[in-house]
Design a protein around this ligand. Sequence first.
Ligand code: PAF
Length: 281
Amino acid sequence: MRILHGAAELRAALAGASRTAFVPTMGNLHAGHVSLIELAKRHGGPVVASVFVNPLQFGVGEDFERYPRTLAADCEKLAAAGCDLVFAPDVAEMYPVPQTFAVQVPDSMANDLCGAFRPGHFSGVATVVLKLFNLAQPRVAVFGSKDFQQLMLIRDLVRQFNLPIEILAGATLREADGLALSSRNGYLSAAERLQAPQLHHELAAIVAAIRTGERGFEALAASARRRLNMAGWRVDYVAVRDAGTLAAPAPDSTSLVVLGAAWLGKTRLIDNVETPLGKLP
Ligand code: PAF
């Protein structure tokens, strides 16, 4: 497996490759990322992963500085998973001049769910992903479903900018107690780690109620928010949405997604659970 730090080196290494499968990451990799590499490997071309903690997508006071940088361990995992090439630029390589151009994300996304609590986040994500796509020029790119809103954003980005890239979604992997794998789980204290699966359990309980025919979505979400807050979480949101559009459920919705983001101490966790749906009454 080659490890490259320069954009020009990356372009040279991939010159002539027409079936590149790309997995963008911020590193500190876990089994969820490895499963994305395995998905990328099914596509027959070279598999490229990027490891870059993107300052553009972190707001003031967020965890950009403390985000774990573990490149050596990441490369071991990527090599074992069969990745062919790792692109690990530093900030000056990705942003050699101040990034004064940026992808403008529609308000409906920028001000909704995670966007509402992380101003500028999705513009930062879209901008770096567009740059990475331009460098790697992949045929397919793989993103995790845990970041559901990000996945929708990338799909829209590719569609609206006519990028010839197929976006694949990797399933969320979970610990035995339900906690979604996340690089940020490493921030949790022992006590917080014990409590952390509650977020998933609350979302799963909403899905279970929907599957039994319950249609009071806002009441279900409000109860979950209340229980989480009472247990000591600081809830950003719990919401039930159409899984295809992220809009509020509509009579023609065929599948829903229950999404949540909440803080345990200094750690912000996000999760979601999807469910198919018969026609709403
Ligand atoms: O999901 C992530 O790890 C990041 O948001 C991404 C897509 C690598 C962009 O920095």
